[in-house]
Write a protein that binds this ligand. Sequence first.
Ligand SMILES: NC(=O)c1ccc[n+]([C@@H]2O[C@H](COP(=O)([O-])OP(=O)(O)OC[C@H]3O[C@@H](n4cnc5c(N)ncnc54)[C@H](O)[C@@H]3O)[C@@H](O)[C@H]2O)c1
Length: 335
Amino acid sequence: MLKIAVLGCGRIGVMHAANVAAHPRASLAGVYDIIAAAADACGARHGAPVFDTPEEVFASPDVDAVLIASATSTHSDYIEAAVAAGKPVLCEKPIDLDLKRVELCKSRIAGTDLPIMLGFVRRFDPGHRAARQAMLDGEIGDLHQVTIVSRDPGMAPDAYIETSGGIFRDMTIHDFDLARFMLGEEVETVFATGSRLVNPALMDRCNDYDTVVVTMTTASGKQAIITNSRQAVYGYDQRVELFGNKGMVISENHRENQVTRHLNGATNVSAPLLNFFIERYSEAFNAEIGHFVDAVENGVPVEVGFEDGRLALVLAEAAFKSIADGRAVRVSEIG
Ligand SMILES: NC(=O)c1ccc[n+]([C@@H]2O[C@H](COP(=O)([O-])OP(=O)(O)OC[C@H]3O[C@@H](n4cnc5c(N)ncnc54)[C@H](O)[C@@H]3O)[C@@H](O)[C@H]2O)c1
């Protein structure tokens, strides 16, 4: 059993703590949150120790590894502290909102052979993985286009948007990583357009966008198209399409059940989409923990690591620059 401590007991930390506690090959070594009441509630739910300081977590001999699910601004500091203490890391995305801070963190942990895994959970979605495997098995021939549709069910609270770092660093970052995972080669150019259609006043205030399309191209000419909206009235819309010269595979949306209704005046009516990321990607979040355990205990190479987190942020920077400059941006311009 890998003893994992969870740092941060907010929306996603509470979910991770429950997943770790329930995992057959992991146990919850303890929790910490800067808000003691949040940590107390989470620890009590699983009968797990509550740490008073992050230093105690990193120093504890009863903690084999840490899962960083605290606010984004804390990630780099915690990664560095974990590496200094010899503890493997599973860290939520993004590593930081500032690429310079990510580069500094990279230099500070350079040379470590500890597993450092990034929480790009969509790589572990069974549907997305099966679509990718079909492509790798040659079912669609040569891959030409990756199309990712990712729309949230509704706008996050103003306070969240204001500190999110903008849609590309906060939301599209998952899709940048998924696109790289599917393309199998690095992106060379990024062209982005952004609109303020859902909440124009908030977007103006934050200099952000709620509706974006990103087109990316690799050296060999493969294309990836990402479509994001902060609000889809019909629910959490998550689809991935891989198109090649011999066919296409699609990882479809997940619904509350697979029943379709064919009634008088209403045909082919499906159940609603699963509401949001915790429900939609529940299998993936569990598989992510399983992969982390494999990496730490069995030496399996981490499938999505620090450099993937850095490169996704580079693509986010390129997308913002593309909109600002009104042109396609070469990734080499960013770093
Ligand atoms: N993988 C995903 O799909 C996904 C989804 C949501 C959020 N996230 C990421 O997870 C992280 C947390 O997001 P959230 O939605 O749970 O936010 P949240 O605001 O609900 O929770 C963050 C928690 O971190 C705590 N915190 C703040 N500073 C801390 C510190 N120094 N030490 C320990 N705890 C501290 C806060 O008190 C809060 O409880 C963010 O980086 C976010 O980008 C990832």
